[in-house]
Design a protein. Structure first.
Length: 374
């Protein structure tokens, strides 16, 4: 496809922002660090993009909001934002981070919940929970889950996230790459862990509250392919879809999604077969469906953007069937098919595609693709 050469010509280095394309950059920041999300980008990347866009007000959209980094950075700056994600735990974490709290009220509710005698909540363990938790821990977890379900929606995300953090510590699971493995079940005192995690979060909230300007920010459980938003209403988009060979994120968050108590929405990968627009794309057959979904999302993003809206998308290249898949330049090409003008491709990170553990088979870029609805 000769067009790709034009987009390759737009590639420029911006390596200084590399660490901010990952979750690592969020670790020092209160509230941003409430939910470990391996796929996240960081606060400073969002702040940098907002500065580049010259955005001071309006509505920012993140159609793949994950753990809510874009939404929280917008809240810090006093800009409104909306996010969508198909992972219930990610949506819950995003909302827990962006809601406003009355700290003494939260402390009182926590005290009330913890003062209750743990009873059987009648939530039976599924096969995953049976492997992840001892009966002792599950009895407490399910009791607190039922208590949290009765809280109003402006408070439940906070408590659910605190309990999720406790559940992660109480579980026997650990991640080995993309796979969840189980160790010995622990007789963990969930009550103590829940109190500790909620306390830590409140401490972080107090510090973040001093710098945050506030604003309407909310994450919704739903797909970027069909967003319940009016056409032409969004001023900017800052986002990062799943990467091309990254289809493991749904299983990797099994404990988190169990605690969020909802089923995962229709998967990103479950959609139409690819259309003729993708004919000739220089990628293995196995990637065509992924790119047809990227195109479908870009069309939906184009619809909801106003004229002049700016879009920043973090895309990671992949290594599939021994070929380097240039997702960044392909995204720029597909964005133009969706109606956008590509404004630049900035490389944030480069790493080697490895065959086995050591043989270098090419270079993979992680890039910021900038677009505009002209
Ligand atoms: C790379 S992560 C985004 C991380 C986010 N930038 C952050 O800082 O946490 C991509 C996200 O897209 C979500 N996702 C996948 N398919 C989706 C879809 N069709 N609609 C909305 N979100 C989707 C995944 O659940 C995942 O949270």
């Amino acid at each position: 496809m000769e067009d790709l050469e034009r987009f390759r010509g737009m590639i420029k280095e911006r390596i200084g922002l590399g660490v901010h394309a990952t979750y690592q950059g969020n670790i020092p920041y209160h509230v941003y660090n409430w939910f470990y999300y391996k796929e996240a980008f960081s606060r400073n990347l969002v702040l940098e993009v907002i500065k580049d866009f010259g955005l001071e007000k309006g509505i920012v959209l993140d159609p793949f909001c994950g753990s809510g980094t874009t939404l929280l950075a917008c809240k810090e700056l006093g800009i409104s934002s909306i996010g969508f994600d198909i992972q219930p735990s990610a949506v819950n974490a995003s909302n827990a981070k962006v809601l406003d709290y009355d700290v003494p009220e939260v402390r009182k509710i926590l005290k009330d919940i913890l003062s209750k005698d743990v009873k059987d909540a009648g939530i039976s363990e599924n096969s995953f929970a049976k492997k992840a938790f001892s009966e002792y821990s599950w009895r407490q977890l399910s009791f607190y889950m039922a208590e949290i379900d009765m809280l109003p929606s402006n408070l439940s995300p906070f408590f659910r996230l605190a309990l999720t953090r406790a559940a992660i510590r109480a579980s026997s699971c650990f991640r080995d790459g993309a796979v969840i493995k189980f160790g010995k079940r622990k007789q963990a005192n969930v009550k103590r862990l829940f109190r500790m995690e909620a306390g830590r979060m409140l401490k972080g909230y107090r510090i973040f509250g001093k710098i945050s300007k506030g604003g309407y920010c909310k994450a919704f459980f739903g797909s970027s392919l069909r967003m319940p938003l009016k056409s032409g209403t969004i001023d900017a988009v800052i986002t990062s879809p799943p990467y091309v060979n990254q289809d493991d994120y749904l299983t990797a968050y099994a404990v988190e999604n169990l605690m969020a108590g909802k089923n995962i929405a229709k998967d990103f990968m479950e959609s139409k077969a690819y259309g003729p627009e993708l004919k000739g794309l220089p990628v293995p057959e196995a990637c065509l469906k992924y790119f047809s979904l990227i195109l479908e999302s870009l069309r939906e993003i184009f619809r909801v953007c106003r004229r002049g809206a700016k879009v920043a998308i973090v895309m990671g290249n992949g290594h599939v069937e021994k070929r380097v898949v240039e997702s960044d330049v392909i995204a720029a090409l597909l964005a133009e098919k969706a109606g956008f003008s590509a404004r630049g491709i900035y490389v944030l990170n480069r790493r080697f595609a490895l065959v086995g553990r050591t043989r270098k088979a090419g270079v993979l870029r992680e890039s910021l693709v900038l677009l505009e609805k002209g």
